[in-house]
Design a protein around this ligand. Sequence first.
Ligand SMILES: Nc1nc2c(ncn2[C@@H]2O[C@H](COP(=O)(O)OP(=O)(O)O)[C@@H](O)[C@H]2O)c(=O)[nH]1
Ligand SMILES: [Mg+2]
Length: 360
Amino acid sequence: MQIGLVGLQYSGKTTLFNTIAGIENPEMSMGKEEATIEVVKVPDKRLDILTEMFNPKKTVHATIEIFDTPGLKMSDNGKVKITTQFMNNVKNNDALFYVVRQFSDGSVAHPMNTVNPARDIEFLETEFLFYDLAFLESRIVKLKKEIMKTKDEKMKRELPIIEKCYAHVEDEKPLRTLGLSDDELKILSGYQLLTLKPLLIGVNFDENSIDDVESTIAEIRDSLLNKDETIVPFFGKIEYELSSMDEEDRITFMEDYGIKESALSKILGSAYDKLGLQSFFTVGEDENRAWTIKKNYTAQDSAGVIHTDFYNKFIRAEVVHYDDYITHGSFSKCKEAGVWRLEGKQYIVKDGDILNIRHS
Ligand SMILES: Nc1nc2c(ncn2[C@@H]2O[C@H](COP(=O)(O)OP(=O)(O)O)[C@@H](O)[C@H]2O)c(=O)[nH]1
Ligand SMILES: [Mg+2]
């Protein structure tokens, strides 16, 4: 899974990126045009506990890739140009994480001169809508031309979908709110439509405004066109400073500041939620591992995440839920208690299932 941090310059993207990637002494590369990518372990207490119980040779966390993209720059005419470079950076991201600035700091310029997170969110959204609109418009022209010439059936099926998307975006609505079917999404999957990507909005707060977070978020939400957005507050600077401490100190300081949950944990939690993701585990002497899957994945789909051979040669899955394993303490006790099961291909895997795939 890839999450791209995007936003205006100086909103705190790189600071946040360094915090979650655990980069302590970043080499500042101002104005760099390429994205920086870091693979981040997804913390999971359950996996830690399983490791204590099994003591395997190695433990493998699920990972996500975080992209720090260069800030979108305003030109003199007050417009942001979405460059090919930017698109190359974000096109494969599974979700976008807007970073907007709530902190005020006279020594850090704001590209629009004043601090106003709701305005910045709408600004990014509008730019991305324009980008999608232009793409959809040119696609419609091209499809119509080709259909006249070749009567291509596939293109004939695509056209009404693109037209529906166009009408939605023209109405200033992001494509992720259109409720497209899986088949429609498949047709669109080759295109780089920005407003189709699941969105999380990060608001970067001052440590002095911790008490006002909830009311400020409510205000921001209230002034957005789309009130259902997922908004994640975080404290860029202070969380970066805390990230170099050992865990115990960090927790104490976070409590002192009134920060309940780290930026990473909030971002991951919301991203899993938004993307409909969950984890299952495999355990054993050699390796304990957490795997990330979609919520509707069957036992066979999940086997395929481990290995394509496991998908093709799937026979059955041995399943125990993590909670049951913890209650009973061993697979044999789980069998006695009747919570160890053999499930077929179609079984829908649940968050926290421990699986062992039987295959031919
Ligand atoms: N006061 C304050 N400064 C911050 C905060 N977050 C980032 N900054 C500063 O703002 C400047 C721009 O941050 P940076 O992360 O590089 O922004 P980017 O352009 O979005 O990547 C840097 O000097 C940061 O130290 C914050 O929460 N509070
Ligand atoms: Mg940056």
